[in-house]
Every structure is written in structure tokens, then in C-alpha cells.
Design a protein around this ligand. Structure first.
Ligand code: CUK
Ligand code: CUA
Length: 637
């Protein structure tokens, strides 16, 4: 601990030269963020109970477990980070924060051959053929409210897609390009049993967006989409008033909460912020499914679309399919507590978190009555996460802090009260998402929390005009009656742009395969052995090449095709040992296959340039790795 904190903590709180005494760098940061983000709010900075608190991060109490994992030992948790517009998922160990791997999702990735073999290339092409995506909200599949380690679902905010990552192979295996929407922001699975994946379209557009109503913003709509997690087909969509943002499910498979801004349905910022209220929408999923089953929808681009706007007949009477719960302006986060009792909603422009009592959703006459608490937590509250002891932790974007508060106290306290606040800790700087271990499931662990800070400023060696983000690891296992409520900052981690959100599962929840199981692709691709490595001419212009690969040779030392042939390579890594991976690259033909043990990949291309082309292995697999070659001979026509 000492070397991390000794180096960073005093720095962070030191006074900047040239500024009047009493002005810390933190105050400068805070004011800067406030001005940039919420204009007039800057003047309010520090009015909260702990608003000007500075934290002595040196005062390590000695009862924080070591976050450094010794060489050769494993971390306690898997952390899955979305990679933002990098398009991937990054996998870290917690608490060491060592990066274990990256899983390409919406991005082609040479190192993993993802997007280079026929299968993944076709998947990306069929999902719209975009060259990038903005991976945003990763959600782990659940059984009985517990992470089951099967899949991560994650949305592409940019292009309105949702992808599924198979955690047996740590590989993306499906992407759906959602019709009728533009930009998907919120994305979550349905608790407790992953019967649906939900996706919130953020931007309002005409539905369908085919040139109609382009100049009639009143006709634009935002849609709530349900996806089948097995087939990854879009099942139905619900049109709503306003503009959807983040989404989270209750723990009983009924209600799904979505924050929503721009209730004004404006297209310019002044219009979007005219009123002082927005709302959270609570979707009654079984009720919606009933309407779909009864055929009471309009089909748009092959998708059943249900009317969930306020004036819709579906929302009149005692059992509306969507409840519109009024909240302070621009609610952002929605995070349901691990016990499923409450949904926490907060957002940028109000210093409060609104606590929605989920049980009341079915019974309250007035949706406003479902808000049972509203603690005043600080400036710019964005996201909330949980421990196993009834505490909530909310990131404060403008205050650059994490605030810890007591959930039940916040329910009993008056709205606007600071009483439930247990402590605040400074983070560096401007946190967006925060996440505690297993907090999105019914089994929060309550020891580690990560604040995903947008700005690192002075925390690392400068790398040009743009600095890394800063993921800070905070120990939350101690409850103390001190300024931070026992929270302790233990480490900084620079990160490549731009992780957006993260989700953490205990290591026992994830069971990656040791090798591929050829039964998984039987009937689709041949498992090519050494004996059946061969070249097959299909017709005058089509050739199929089958080759095995092992240390340190390909099943074919060379293969010959004719200029102009369409060539399909089918390559199997016949190794039985975990981690023995081989590649197959062919220069000038843009061939790049990466083959995990027992995996088979295919690649199709046209051999349009005669000559000799060396095929080589891209992974350092043995002492004879460099000699590991094959030769493609393209005979002139
Ligand atoms: S959300 Cu996406 S832009 Cu996850 Cu807080 Cu901010
Ligand atoms: Cu196989 Cu290098």
C-alpha cells in the first residue's frame, strides 16, 4: 500500500502554486467540471455536508487487504470493462487490476483474428458492417439472480446493436443490429433468469426512419427493445414519450426501470432542458408480453411495436404497461439494489438520488408515490452501486467523489436530507460509472469498488495532450465512523480510452474452457486432422484447402492453386493443450487466422496474384516457431 499511496496521495491534495491559500487543485478541478457540465451549479460546489472535505488518503488503517496479488497467484474477481468506442470488452483481475485479456466485440482485432475469419467477418457484416462500435454497458447473464458465467451482453451505443460474448470461450458469438432504433444506451439482462435482454434506444427518430417525418420532431420516438438472449432475435419494442437512457431490471422478472431525459422531446439543448422534471419509466414486462402474444401491435420492419406512450390505451386504467414516474431533471443512472427492493435513480443536474420502491410500482395510484426517499448526496450524482451491508455508493461527477450512504436510513429520512450520508472519498477526477464486486447480482460481496474516472490530469506521466482515464480501486470492506465512512483509496490505474462501465464476478462464477470442443462446430466446419489435410478442387475456379496445424508444422507443407481461384482455407489447431495457439498468416493476401487449441477457422479469398506466398504462424509457439511455414503457390493462369 505504502508505495502507491505515498506517491500519490499527498500530491493529490497539495496546493497549487500561484493560487490563493486554501485553494486546492481539487477545488480547481471541481469548479472546472461544474462550469463545463452544469453551468450555474458551480456556485453550489461545496455546500453539502462533506462538500469541501479533503481526504487524508495516507491514513491507511492497516486493515485493508493487500490489493497486490503476488506473482503466480490469482485474483479474487473477474472484472469486465466495456471499451467504449474502442468497441471491445477488457478483462481485468480484481484487486490487482492486471489486464488479463481483451475481447473484441464491435471492433476487428488482428491479435485475436477476430473479424478476419469467415465466421466472425460475416457476423460483423451481417450486424451492419460498421467498422467500429461504442461498447457501453456490459451485463452478466444470471440464473436465480446469480451470475451464471455464461454470457456477457453489451450494447453498441453508436450503431444501436447488442452483442453477446460467450464466456466459455471469451469470444463474441452473436451481434444483433436492432431495427427501428438509432443509438442504444441502456442495456441489461432481465433478472433473475436472463429471459430477455433489454436495450434502450437513445435518440428519437421517425419510426421507421426511412425518410418520413424528417422535419416533424414530434413524430420521432424512442423505443424500448426486448431481445431473446438465446436466438438474439428482437422480440418486441415499446414506443414511449421522451428519450430513454439507462436501464436496469428488478430481481423478479416483472419491472424494468429506464431513466429518461428530454421529456420535452426537443431537438436542441435549450428545448431539451426547458422543464424542470423528467421521468423514469417502469415497464411491466409480462403485461407487454401479453399484448404481443395477443397480437396487439403494429409491425415495423418485422418487429412488433407496442404503443407505450402516455396517451396510449395501453396505459389507461389500473394496469398501465409503462408507469411514468416524475423525477428531477435528467435522471441518468438506474441501479436496482441487490435485494431487489429499490431502484436508485440519479442524474447530473440534481444533487439527490431518488429511491423508487419497486413493490409500490404495482400498487401506487400515483406513480410519484413510488419515490420513497431522496437523500441529498452531492453534486453531479451519476451511478450507484452496493455492498452486502445495506450501503449504497454513488459517484459524484462534479464533486469528484464517491459518497457512501445508508439505504434504509435514506428511506426513513426526509427527502433532501443529508442524514443518511456516511462518508465521502475524493477520486481523481470526475467519476462516471462506479461498480462494486457482484453488485448487480443478488450476491454483492462488499469488499472492492472501482471508480471509473474520466480524467486523470496530473496522476500519471503525461502522454501528449490526451491523458489516460483513471480507474481507482477503493476498499469498501470497512465501515467506520470517519470522513470516508471507512472507504479507502488503494490504487490508481491508467486506462486506454474509454471504458464506460464495468461488472465484476467472483472467479468461481466463470468457467472458461481449456480448449475448444469440436462438437460445438460439428456439421458446420470440418475438424481437419493431419491425415485428411488436402487440397480439393471443387470446380474450375473454386478450391478448398484443408490443413491441420500443430507445433511446428502445418498439415500441408505447400499447396497449389490457380490464379483467379476462389480459395477457402479450413485450418484446425489439433493441439490438445490449453494455451497452445497457432496462427496462419499469408502476406499480401490479408490472411490472419488465430487458432486456439481444437478450434477450426475458415477464410475465403481470391488468389488473384500469381507467385509464391509463405504462410506462417503468428504466435510464438515453439523453438521452431519461425520455421513453422507452409507455401501457397499461385500458378499463373
Ligand atoms: S452512461 Cu453512457 S454516456 Cu453508462 Cu453513465 Cu454516461
Ligand atoms: Cu505455431 Cu508459431
Amino acid at each position: 500500500l505504502a508505495d502507491v499511496e505515498g506517491a500519490d496521495a499527498p500530491e493529490a491534495e497539495s496546493h497549487l502554486p500561484g493560487l490563493g491559500s486554501g485553494v486546492t487543485r481539487r477545488d480547481v478541478m471541481k469548479a472546472g467540471a461544474a462550469v463545463g457540465v452544469a453551468g450555474g451549479l458551480a456556485g453550489c460546489a461545496g455546500t453539502g455536508a462533506f462538500g469541501n472535505a479533503t481526504t487524508d488518503t495516507e491514513s491507511s488503517s492497516g486493515d485493508v487487504p493487500d490489493h497486490k496479488v503476488p506473482p503466480g497467484e490469482h485474483d479474487e474477481y473477474y472484472g469486465f470493462w466495456s471499451g467504449g468506442h474502442g468497441g471491445d470488452i477488457r478483462v481485468y483481475g480484481i484487486p490487482s487490476m492486471r489486464q488479463l485479456t481483451r475481447i473484441p466485440v464491435f471492433n476487428r482485432e488482428g491479435a485475436k483474428g477476430y473479424g478476419y475469419d469467415d465466421e466472425t467477418d460475416e457476423m460483423l457484416e451481417e450486424a451492419g458492417g460498421y467498422t467500429w462500435g461504442d461498447s457501453h454497458h456490459p451485463s452478466l447473464s444470471e440464473t436465480d439472480g446469480k451470475y451464471d458465467g455464461e454470457y456477457i451482453f453489451v450494447n453498441d451505443k453508436a450503431n444501436g446493436r447488442v452483442a453477446r460474448v460467450n464466456l466459455t470461450y471469451f469470444e463474441t458469438d452473436a451481434i444483433v443490429d436492432i431495427p427501428n432504433v438509432q443509438s442504444v444506451h441502456g442495456c441489461c439482462i432481465q433478472s433473475p433468469n436472463t429471459e430477455y435482454v433489454f436495450a434502450n434506444s437513445e435518440f428519437r427518430t421517425p419510426v421507421p426512419n426511412d425518410g418520413r417525418d424528417v422535419n416533424s420532431p414530434d413524430e420521432y420516438a424512442s423505443l424500448f427493445t426486448a431481445i431473446d438472449p438465446d436466438s438474439m432475435d428482437v422480440l418486441w419494442q415499446v414506443e414511449v414519450d421522451g428519450q430513454l437512457d439507462i436501464v436496469d431490471s428488478d430481481k423478479d422478472g416483472r419491472w424494468v426501470l429506464s431513466s429518461s431525459y428530454n421529456d420535452e422531446e426537443g431537438v436542441e439543448v435549450e428545448e431539451m432542458t426547458r422543464d424542470d422534471r423528467d421521468d423514469v419509466k417502469a415497464f411491466d414486462v409480462p403485461a407487454i408480453q401479453e399484448l404481443v402474444d395477443a397480437g396487439e401491435y403494429e409491425e415495423v420492419n418485422g418487429v412488433p411495436v407496442i404503443d407505450g406512450t402516455k396517451s396510449s390505451p395501453n396505459n389507461q386504467g389500473d394496469n398501465p404497461i409503462v408507469r411514468y414516474i416524475p423525477t428531477p431533471k435528467s435522471p441518468h443512472c438506474v441501479e436496482v439494489t441487490p435485494d431487489g427492493n429499490y431502484g436508485m435513480v440519479a442524474g447530473k443536474l440534481s444533487p439527490t438520488v431518488s429511491i423508487i420502491d419497486i413493490e409500490k410500482l404495482a400498487t401506487a395510484d400515483d406513480p410519484a408515490d413510488t419515490i420513497v426517499g431522496q437523500p441529498k448526496v452531492g453534486l453531479g450524482p451519476l451511478h450507484t452501486t452496493y455492498d452486502d451491508r445495506g450501503h449504497a455508493y454513488t459517484s459524484l461527477f462534479i464533486d469528484s467523489q464517491v459518497v457512501k450512504w445508508d439505504i434504509e436510513e435514506a428511506v426513513t429520512a426526509d427527502k433532501g436530507s443529508e442524514e443518511p450520508i456516511l462518508g465521502k472519498i475524493d477520486v481523481h477526477y470526475n467519476p462516471g460509472h462506479i461498480q462494486a464486486v457482484q453488485a448487480m447480482s443478488t450476491e454483492p460481496q462488499g469488499d472492492w469498488l472501482v471508480a471509473l474516472n474520466k480524467l486523470s490530469k496530473d496522476r500519471f506521466l503525461p502522454v501528449g495532450p490526451v491523458f489516460p482515464d483513471n480507474d481507482q480501486l477503493i476498499y469498501i470492506g470497512n465501515d467506520k465512523d470517519d470522513e470516508t465512512g471507512g472507504m479507502e483509496l488503494v490504487a490508481d490505474h491508467p486506462v486506454y480510452p474509454e471504458p464506460h462501465d464495468a461488472i465484476f464476478a467472483h472467479k468461481d462464477k466463470i468457467e472458461p474452457a481449456r480448449t475448444w470442443d469440436p462438437a460445438d462446430y460439428e456439421g458446420e466446419k470440418e475438424f481437419v486432422t493431419e491425415e485428411n489435410s488436402r487440397v480439393e478442387r471443387v470446380d474450375d475456379s473454386t478450391v478448398e484447402v484443408y490443413a491441420s496445424v500443430k507445433r511446428s508444422e502445418y498439415g500441408l507443407r505447400d499447396f497449389t492453386v490457380q490464379e483467379g481461384d476462389e480459395v477457402t482455407l479450413t485450418i484446425t489447431n489439433i493441439e490438445g493443450s490449453q494455451d497452445i495457439v497457432h496462427g496462419l498468416a499469408i502476406p499480401e493476401y490479408d490472411v490472419n487466422l488465430a487458432l486456439a487449441p481444437q478450434d477450426t477457422r475458415q477464410f475465403t479469398f481470391t488468389a488473384d496474384e500469381p507467385g509464391v506466398y509463405w504462410a506462417y504462424c503468428t504466435f510464438f509457439c515453439s523453438a521452431l516457431h519461425l520455421e513453422m511455414r507452409s507455401r501457397m503457390i499461385v500458378e499463373p493462369a
